[in-house]
Design a protein around this ligand. Structure first.
Ligand code: SF4
Length: 432
């Protein structure tokens, strides 16, 4: 477990009498008022990362949008709420944080040099600075469509773009993005750009997510060449380029030097569709594991073949079973994602029944994850029109919870002592 204790702590009283605190942790900086809130979190380069302000949580994305999350009472019940802020609202939040930084910097004349350096780095990131940073981010990355919830803080490396299938009727993540696999040269440049962009903020990222949706479908020789690019960074074969990227920014680093794991040594995670797992042998997957691959995520959606066909998923339930069996035989962790409510009322019974049967047949155990994701109908995906034409009604939230409970209750782990973990996957919470 990493040591997250503050390496630097400094307090000052602001002109309005409030106590302001600076805490520099290995992987982040925190500013707090009156010992608690509002509080602001910044990455080690000094970019605003998150906030708790006026009773709401905020999370800023690298393309400079802000998601607000809070709890509200509705009909006597507490419900989680969220929405993306308008740009003027996001700008206001950034200004509040920046004004606090400037007030603290003005009071830091007699503070230790490390405190002054940290505050000076934070002060660089006003709204205009973050907007320039957004433009740079968007030059390096195509939109990062989605990540699994346990990978929201991964370092995303786009070895491929888009999805090789890109035809599931409910999915809009990669619409308009033709699938392509980068050459090793393109990927090397991408990784250099990514590491230069993050600089010391890479210390906040404890894994690598090999994006986009289906990076692992690349044929083995091409995939191994791409993974070699990642691994070479930690072994100096790229001329110490990672150290160079971090070093170029080190004078800007707001946090004290963190014990940064070289990206090439971080565990690798990636999505793949079940149909394509079988195209690689157990030996292939073992080789990928030897190159750092730790866990593979499969959008299984359902164990009910008629529903999978109707959703236009690649492969069927047998493919998902073969896929997880292959991955587990190779010693990899596996994660499957179930879409609660997919297919509406028409498919509900078969969806639950066959999903349970499929899960119970899978060799999932400790380290594996079963995600439940509420089905979301996107207006610009074919699903909405297809469901309307077929007279398929969406399921209400209570029915989705009932589906989840039914699947959980009927699930039988193959090893009761080492069961896989269940978790929620709310795509609306995704922020990169
Ligand atoms: S395979 Fe996954 S990413 Fe590709 S279209 Fe289907 S749901 Fe979307």
């Amino acid at each position: 477990m990493s040591d997250d204790r503050p390496r630097l702590r400094w307090e000052t009283t602001l002109p309005d009498g409030r106590l302001a605190s600076l805490l520099a942790r290995p992987n982040a900086l925190n500013l707090l008022l009156d010992g608690e809130q509002p509080s602001f979190t910044f990455d080690p380069l000094g970019r605003l990362h998150g906030a708790f302000y006026e009773g709401r949580n905020y999370r800023r994305s690298l393309d400079n949008r802000v998601l607000a999350k809070w709890t509200a009472s509705e009909d006597g019940q507490k419900r989680r709420q969220r929405r993306w802020l308008r740009q003027d609202e996001a700008r206001r939040l950034v200004q509040v944080a920046h004004e606090l930084v400037c007030q603290m910097a003005a009071a830091a004349g007699a503070a230790p040099p490390a405190v002054q350096a940290a505050l000076a780095s934070l002060a660089r990131w006003d709204w205009d600075g973050l907007e320039r940073d957004r433009q740079r981010f968007q030059q390096i990355y195509t939109p990062v469509g989605i990540l699994p919830p346990d990978q929201y803080l991964a370092l995303v490396l786009q070895a491929t773009h888009g999805c090789s299938h890109n035809a599931c009727t409910f999915c809009t993540f990669y619409q308009g993005t033709p699938f392509r696999i980068k050459t090793p040269e393109q990927f090397r440049q991408h990784m250099a750009d990514v590491l230069d962009f993050f600089g010391p903020a890479a210390a906040m990222r404890q894994s690598i997510f090999l994006a986009d949706a289906n990076a692992l479908v690349a044929p083995m020789p091409r995939l191994l060449a791409l993974l070699k690019v990642v691994r070479d960074w930690s072994r100096g074969a790229e001329g110490g380029a990672h150290a160079g990227a971090a070093g170029r920014r080190s004078e800007d680093a707001a946090a004290p030097a963190a014990s940064m794991t070289a990206p090439g040594d971080l565990p690798l995670f990636a999505f793949i569709d079940a149909f394509h797992v079988e195209r690689k042998s157990v030996a292939d997957w073992q080789e990928l594991r030897a190159h750092g691959l730790a866990r593979v995520y499969i959008g299984m959606e359902s164990g009910h073949d008629p529903l999978l066909r109707w959703l236009n998923k690649p492969g069927d339930a047998a493919d998902v079973l073969d896929a997880t069996t292959t991955l587990k035989a190779a010693g990899l962790q596996a994660s499957v994602i179930i879409l609660l409510g997919a297919g509406g009322d028409r498919y509900a019974h078969g969806h639950v029944r066959d999903t349970v049967a499929l899960l119970n047949a899978m060799p999932l155990g400790r380290g594996d994850l079963i995600y439940f994701s509420d089905f979301v109908v996107h207006a610009d995906a074919p699903y909405a029109a297809l469901a309307a034409a077929a007279g398929i009604e969406p399921r209400p939230p209570a029915a989705l919870r009932a589906q989840e409970l039914a699947i959980r209750a009927a699930f039988v782990a193959q090893d009761a002592q080492q069961p896989p973990q269940f978790a929620r996957y709310d795509i609306g919470e995704f922020v990169y």
